[in-house]
Design a protein around this ligand. Structure first.
Ligand code: FAD
Ligand code: DLZ
Ligand code: SF4
Length: 507
């Protein structure tokens, strides 16, 4: 039986389910660069280069193994521009008995794939993506048994099932979660390590020229491109991280510093999401480093929790609640995204730094995404679709299954608390505690009102007042609402006036 095997841009894993049982004498692999995927949002130039270059390298690796790969380049004059169009074109040359594909990472693409069996009159098998610890069905079952979803409990179940950081049925180190030990700001005398970058090779340079030609106006710079585009490079990045960087990850994972985008983070998400390295490989290496004694427990657990916990959890939320999940807007946020998200032109130094890191590297770390750009969108009431489109476009690791729950649920609380138990809303004091941004800001983080005051301060209270009806019953919001209840009308009015003045100035 001959099989046409489709490999999508984020399925670059040799052991992926769609390539199992491949017969090189009968089968063909199809990989396509298509405009529908390069334009469904205005992707950062580095993200486009990363996906296309990694696809081209993967195709070459398969060919070196003697596998027959049909590969469409973006600038092929015959390119039809879509997965279905390219599949139809490929079928003119071959008549396979069946088509096989691994389930995609996006709802939009799954809907397209589901039309193939009928439209092409060839049986299409959609196989599970078992590069994750939990199947979609496993999460759905877990969620169905609960009134409220919390990452922590799903994570504990997966710890028990995998045995990661477990001994005799108990978590090593005596507790499940070392989160309280993951929140230090960066002391002045701690210098973050230098990081390995992968200078563009000939293939990457060729894609860079293509992207500059095709998408000259897209957001982002290509100068600093240093992402791994092959499995070999991804493994190197992982080994380097575990050996030199992971020991400091536990302490400083929430810290932010002007001029240093990477600090103690792994930078592994683009490689993980493309499939150049798997979650299992990364978690097992981190656990081994802990067992050897080279990494403290707050670092090993803190890191494994991000992958085994958050990464699996958000994927489960996405596939269980889509497509309706994307449509909720519980806080009725309606504002257009301020232009400075694209231009970086703002006097708020924290926002300027996070956007500048994003422009230079297609990267900013979790706390910048959540507590700076995400927090601002939440407080200002930016419409979910506007801010989600931004996150999906500007990060090298952005694929909807992971971007959407993080933005819609965690950052802007548009799902009303399905994913997180309370909004991650914070005033300037949090940003000041965790970063050195406020030192170089034209606003004063200590001032609460007036033109010089940090906008996060009055926007925070304005947000609480605006959403009092929806949020004041949340037990985790009891403290700020108690404070608010002691305010007189004049104080409320001042905050509202400052917030309105600032927000009006954005349009
Ligand atoms: P590290 O800090 O080194 O963490 C290790 C790994 O844990 C990451 O590589 C990632 O695979 C995983 N991880 C950590 N936090 C999360 C999380 N909240 N959800 C899922 N996985 C996590 N991550 C993406 O991969 N793609 C996205 O499009 C994306 N969009 C986000 C949008 C918002 C608004 C927020 C708040 C977070 C988003 N994240 C996203 C999660 C997180 O910010 C990134 O995974 C992380 O910054 C990637 O950098 P790193 O590899 O250096 O991570
Ligand atoms: C993100 C992306 C981009 C920019 N380009 C392509 C492409 O040309 N071909 C492709 O197969 N995939 C691409 N992707 C990834 C897809 O948009 C999408 O995220 C995955 O197909 C989901 O599994
Ligand atoms: Fe950001 Fe406010 Fe600090 Fe300025 S003062 S950097 S706006 S938190």
């Amino acid at each position: 039986m001959s099989t046409l095997r489709i490999i999508l841009g984020d399925q670059l894993t040799r052991s992926i389910s769609s390539l199992r049982d491949l017969d090189p004498t009968l089968d063909q692999v199809l990989m396509v660069e298509v405009r529908r995927e390069t334009t469904y949002v205005a992707h950062h130039k580095q993200k486009l280069v990363l996906v296309l270059s990694a696809m081209r390298h993967f195709a070459e690796e398969l060919r070196r193994e003697g596998i027959n790969v049909r590969y469409t380049r973006l600038d092929d004059p015959e390119n039809t521009g879509s997965f279905t169009g390219e599949l139809k074109r490929a079928l003119k040359g071959v008549s396979p008995d069946r088509i096989v594909v691994t389930e995609p990472g996006e709802w939009r693409v799954l809907e397209e794939i589901m039309t193939w069996s009928n439209e092409l009159a060839i049986p299409t098998g959609v196989r599970q993506d078992d590069r994750f610890y939990a199947t979609r069905a496993r999460f759905k079952e877990w969620a169905a048994e609960r009134r409220a979803l919390r990452m922590e409990y799903f994570y504990r179940d997966l710890r028990r099932e995998t045995g990661l950081l477990m001994k005799d049925g108990e978590p090593v180190g005596g507790k499940w979660n070392f989160d309280p030990e993951n929140r230090k700001s960066l002391p002045k005398n701690v210098e973050p390590p230098t990081r390995c970058v992968f200078p563009p090779d000939e293939t990457t340079r060729e894609v860079m020229a293509l992207i500059e030609k095709e998408y000259p106006d897209n957001f982002g710079e290509l100068e600093n491109f240093g992402w791994p585009v092959t499995r070999e490079q991804a493994l190197q990045l992982c080994d380097e991280f575990i050996e030199r960087v992971l020991p400091g990850f536990g302490d400083y994972q929430d810290a932010m510093k002007e001029g240093n985008a990477f600090l103690f983070h792994s930078l592994l998400s683009p490689a993980l999401n493309l499939g150049l390295i798997t979650a299992k490989e990364v978690c097992e290496r981190a656990e081994a480093a802990y067992l050897e004694g080279s990494v403290p427990i707050n670092a090993a657990e803190g890191f494994i929790r991000q992958i085994l916990g958050w990464r699996e959890y958000v994927r489960g939320v996405y596939w269980t609640y889509m497509p309706g999940y994307a449509d909720t807007n519980v806080l009725k946020a309606e504002r257009r995204i301020p232009w400075f998200y694209w231009s970086g032109e703002t006097d708020m130094n924290c926002m300027k730094c996070a956007i500048s890191d994003t422009r230079r590297f297609a990267y900013s770390h979790h706390i910048q995404r959540l507590m700076v750009t995400g927090n601002f969108a939440l407080l200002a009431g930016v419409h979910p679709r506007e801010i989600e489109e931004w996150y999906l476009a500007v990060y090298a690791d952005a694929f909807e299954w992971v971007e959407l729950p993080n933005t819609h649920g965690m950052a802007i609380f548009a799902d009303g608390g399905m994913l997180a138990s309370k909004p991650y809303a914070a005033s300037g004091a949090y940003i000041n505690r965790m970063s050195d941004y406020c030192r170089n800001c034209r606003y004063d983080v200590r001032q609460k009102e007036g033109e010089e005051a940090c906008p996060f301060n009055y926007l925070y209270w304005d947000f609480l007042m605006r959403n009092e009806e929806t949020l004041s019953d949340n037990p985790r919001m009891a403290f700020p609402y108690k404070t608010l209840s002691s305010w007189d009308d004049a104080r409320r009015k001042t905050v509202r006036r400052d917030a309105a003045r600032f927000l009006d100035s954005l349009t």
